[in-house]
Design a protein around this ligand. Sequence first.
Ligand code: MN
Length: 239
Amino acid sequence: MIKVIFVADLHIDIGEVGRLQALELFIASQQVPIFIMGDLFNFWAGNAQGNLGYVRHFLRFLRKECKQKPIFFLAGNRDFLFSPLFQKRLGGKVIEDGYSLELGKNRVVLYHGDALCTGDKSYLAMKKWLQSQFVYYLSRLIPSNLCVKIGRKFRQQSKKATKNKDKTDMSLDYNHISNILDNANHDILICGHTHEPHHKILNETDQKQLYVLPECKNMCISYLEWSNNQFVYKEKSYD
Ligand SMILES: [Mn+2]
């Protein structure tokens, strides 16, 4: 692989047509593997959401693009219900936390990032339940607009809860990340989720590193690119 793109946390909401179009232009402009690493949508309430307005157009676009180049989707905490659709209907490649790949001399491992914020115990417990098969099947039984309503309500609740949480509870656990890198013999971990993009050398002696992806705001696609054997943060604006 000569060039690879990592992008996360677009948080696209219903009705954000312009931002979906910006993402389409970006994806179409890159003829290289693209890793979408979660929270592409602000929430994904189930397959029926794919019929809403411009989302339908976007999904058709994605299906075409998935035939042109490898597009990977690693679910975030808000759009994990998107994975089955992405794989079955769009023909994309679904990957999970802990997915590893080799880039040049580097062994790289990918996470969305929520599982790396180990202080947030209440969230991690709920995540297990939310992402169960049971909830997935439930989402397929409930009518679409109700699903979207529940999704919205859930987002508001989680926003409120997030406000009340201690900031350290929701930040990346560097020790945990170092352990992950050591255990699986990886050099670099890439994640999103925290919206605090930074590069950190976790261990000077064996060069263990972390890259945190930026969030994408407004009409700007912010991403991490691997090319010429190095990682570079980049952005493209579509105003
Ligand atoms: Mn997230």
